[in-house]
Design a protein around this ligand. Structure first.
Ligand code: ZN
Length: 172
């Protein structure tokens, strides 16, 4: 089921999400709904709090290739209770967010990460990445901590964003 996305400046986006304790049917439904919502909104990643559920759950699905942009469900990385074990290097990438629709800006992140997480069945995994996935994981992880990518912008860029955002929303 496609759910509504929580949009900035909704206070729920500032909430720190809580660890998942039961890897049950309810979690599986949440993950399935997150996938459908992410696809519907044409995103590559989504955290549970973005549909109003304060649980430490995130998904990422990087399109197979830029042209057709297919995101088959079996390619979805489902990450529960993640914990970064290592982070190093630095990189800059133009990020966007389904909770801040239509706004894109360069953000600095670690270029390489090592992450421990659990899948939907409660099995522990460790993954390492030094490409786009590393960036996406940091972006989504921030949501679990109640942080948004716009908080990482310089003061000048943040002001530019607030101005644009206000202008756009006053037109509606
Ligand atoms: Zn986001």
């Amino acid at each position: 089921m496609v759910r509504d996305i929580v949009i900035y400046p909704d206070k729920r986006l500032k909430q720190k999400s809580l660890p998942v304790e039961k890897f049950d049917e309810e979690l599986h439904t949440l993950l399935d709904d997150m996938y459908e919502t992410m696809i519907d909104k044409k995103g590559v990643g989504l955290a549970a709090i973005q549909i109003g559920v304060p649980k430490r759950v995130l998904i990422i699905n990087i399109p197979l290739d830029e042209e057709d942009g297919a995101q088959p469900k079996e390619n979805t990385l489902e990450v529960i209770n993640p914990q970064f074990l290592e982070m190093s290097g630095s990189t800059k990438y133009q990020e966007g967010c389904l909770s801040v629709p239509g706004f894109y800006e360069d953000v600095s992140r670690y270029s390489k990460v090592k992450l421990k997480y659990f899948d939907r069945y409660g099995k522990e995994h460790i993954l390492e990445d030094d490409d786009f996935l590393a960036i996406a994981l940091q972006h989504e992880f921030d949501h679990l901590e109640g942080k948004l990518f716009i908080e990482k912008l310089s003061i000048i860029k943040r002001k530019k964003f607030e101005k644009e955002w206000k202008k756009r929303n006053s037109k509606k």
